[in-house]
Write a protein that binds this ligand. Structure first.
Ligand code: AHR
Length: 525
């Protein structure tokens, strides 16, 4: 290790810091973290579906964010905006969950096919009470998936839809037979069937999806699932995701796992959102927050580890071979909406804090790669912890987008064990680990190590012993900013943007990382 260089970078890092908040000034300087990366003992593959996304008919996610219509002055391909497609293509999005969310359990797929001018209109009762004209339906969604290079994850309607309706939607989308429904699809302009690899059987059936008891849902799952056919059986089996728990509702998981045979499902979902306050009535602002709210947000995010651990343990009882994946198909921050916006549209800004949240959640999903088979951030455009913000023709990529972009190297890579010894980040008598880390080896043999420093005030040195890596070089990128609430706006779209990271030095099997405060770093070895 080049101590002089290392000390210099630490000193520089401190000199560049803004004045410390009062609560942090008396904190003792934490000693560094140590990390052992055991590349010779690869763990399970990080399912690329962990990097899935979610696009609901909610606010301006679909309308305005993805779909502008063929006659829009905003550059588009068959009505889908080109700038958003180009940005999403960069993320290698593995799957997109659609059409909801709560919306899915009110959605009737036949309303969204055929000539657009003749499509049935409905009221989007959950999200703002606006009129949904169904101009973005199955064909438009499938086109969008093809344009961004992703796979569809369809969420079927159990709450207000019939078994027949779900069965026929699957046939409409996936059958190549000379059948009335496949022929209807052909008549509507799509000759060949689409591939639908993933199907959610309902959404939040404990709440907006029908207020069911787990016993009732489990029976319904068995019934709906029976009629979901694999019309393309020789090519693939539709992975069926049963509707799972609301956060810490462990009874739901117990009951569903008891009542639905493992052979009848491929996944069980889990929804967990990060609220700074934990209070749905006053969640906290996306942009105006102090260090206490920063800390609480990260602490609440880390609860994901406990939830995944406990739900997995319950699943282990019925499924010790881990054939059923835990699919966290809604996660992310949920703040009070931006002042002046429609409360039903869930429009919120996105700051460096959200980037840290994304990094922490990914590390948790990687850690549980043996059980977590997928995850979908809520949501993709203009809603909740979004990737992309749009305003008419303008577009801004959020700090969260950049974490997805930096971390895409982990998709489908083998997880590598990391033994981490980290100082705490302490606020008001409470504490969380200051450093979070995760590593993987990709198909080309490249090892990637991602690091998050949750402490907004203090840089840290992470001293790493690399076992079985054989690295000769280290390169990296970093996402950070001077302010906790730094964000990208339409006028200033590059405030939070990854740049080359020069704070890592390699000396044989010793890697030393000068990790700046409030940062996300990805290293390639
Ligand atoms: O993502 C917003 C909403 O949150 C979804 O529609 C619902 O499933 C969840 O409660």
């Amino acid at each position: 290790m080049n101590t002089t260089k290392h000390l210099l970078s630490l000193t520089l890092g401190l000199a560049l810091l803004p004045a410390l908040p009062v609560g942090a000034q008396n904190l003792p300087a934490p000693s560094g973290a140590t990390l052992v990366l055991k590349a010779g003992e690869p763990g399970p593959v990080i399912n690329r579906n962990i990097y899935g996304q979610f696009a609901e008919h909610l606010g301006h996610c679909i309308y305005g964010g993805i779909w502008v219509g063929e006659n829009s002055p905003i550059p588009n391909t068959r009505g889908i905006r080109n700038d958003v497609v180009a940005a999403l293509r960069e993320l290698h999005v593995p799957n997109v969950r659609w059409p909801g969310g709560c919306f899915a359990d009110e959605y009737h797929w036949r309303d969204g096919i055929g000539p657009r001018a003749q499509r049935f209109k409905m009221i989007n009762t959950h999200w703002g009470g606006v009129v949904e004209d169904n101009s973005f339906g199955t064909h438009e969604f499938m086109d969008f998936c093809e344009q961004i290079g992703t796979e569809p994850y369809i969420c079927g309607n159990v709450g207000s839809g019939t078994v027949q309706e779900m069965m026929e939607w699957i046939e409409y989308m996936t059958s190549d037979a000379d059948s009335p429904l496949a022929n209807l699809r052909r008549k509507n302009g799509h000759d060949k069937p689409w591939k639908v690899p993933y199907l959610a059987v309902g959404n939040e059936s404990w709440g907006c999806g029908g207020n069911m008891r787990p016993e009732f849902y489990a029976d319904n799952y068995r019934r709906y699932n029976t009629f979901v056919k694999d019309y393309n059986r020789s090519n693939y089996h539709i992975q069926r995701i049963a509707g799972g728990s609301n956060g810490q509702d462990y009874n739901w998981t117990e009951v569903v796992m008891d009542m639905v045979p493992v052979s009848q499902m491929n996944g069980l979902s889990l929804h967990w959102y990060t609220l700074p306050t934990g209070d749905w009535k006053k969640k906290g602002s996306a942009t105006e927050f102090d260090e206490a709210a920063w800390f609480a947000t990260l602490r609440n995010t880390l609860r994901m580890d406990e939830l995944v651990t406990k739900h997995s343990a319950i699943m282990d009882k019925r499924d010790p071979e881990k054939r059923v994946g835990l699919v966290v198909d809604e996660w992310g921050t949920w703040y009070d909406v931006e002042p002046g916006t429609n409360p039903g549209f869930l429009y919120q800004q996105n700051t460096l804090r959200d980037a840290i949240v994304a990094g922490l959640n990914f590390h948790i999903f990687h850690k549980h790669a043996d059980r977590v088979a997928g995850a979908n951030i809520a949501q993709m455009v203009n809603v909740l912890q979004t990737m992309i913000l749009t305003d008419g023709p303008k577009m801004a990529l959020t700090p969260t987008y950049w974490v997805f972009e930096m971390y895409k190297v982990h998709q489908g890579a083998a997880s590598l064990p990391v033994e981490l010894n980290t100082p705490d980040y302490v606020v008001g008598g409470d504490k969380i680990p200051a450093v979070s880390a995760s590593a993987s080896r990709d198909a080309k043999g490249k090892v990637h190590l991602s690091l998050v420093n949750t402490n907004p005030n203090q840089p840290l040195t992470v001293s790493c012993r690399l076992e079985g890596v054989g690295a000769k070089t280290v390169t990296g990128r970093i996402l950070t900013a001077p302010a906790m609430n730094a964000r990208n706006t339409f006028d200033s779209p590059d405030t939070v943007h990854p740049v080359a990271f020069t704070g890592a030095t390699l000396d044989g099997a010793t890697l030393t990382v000068a990790l700046p405060a409030k940062s996300v770093v990805i290293l390639e070895l």
